[in-house]
Design a protein around this ligand. Structure first.
Ligand SMILES: [Zn+2]
Length: 60
């Protein structure tokens, strides 16, 4: 089984992801409603992660 975000080997603690980072990316995609962008391009993963960070940095 591989991480659905980056396709690296998964870590038991973060199943089905390889790391908290990828779990956060996945969560961010859902939160931002952009999950339809099913790209696994590493640059897109990076962009999605940045989007999560920016979203979390916003005042609520
Ligand atoms: Zn991953």
């Amino acid at each position: 089984m591989s991480c659905p975000i980056c396709e690296r080997d998964t870590e038991v603690a973060f199943r089905p992801f390889c790391s908290k980072r990828c779990a956060d990316v996945d969560l961010g995609r859902w939160v931002n409603g952009s999950y339809a962008v099913a790209s696994r391009d590493p640059e897109d993963v990076e962009a999605a992660f940045e989007a999560v960070l920016q979203e979390n940095a916003k005042p609520h």
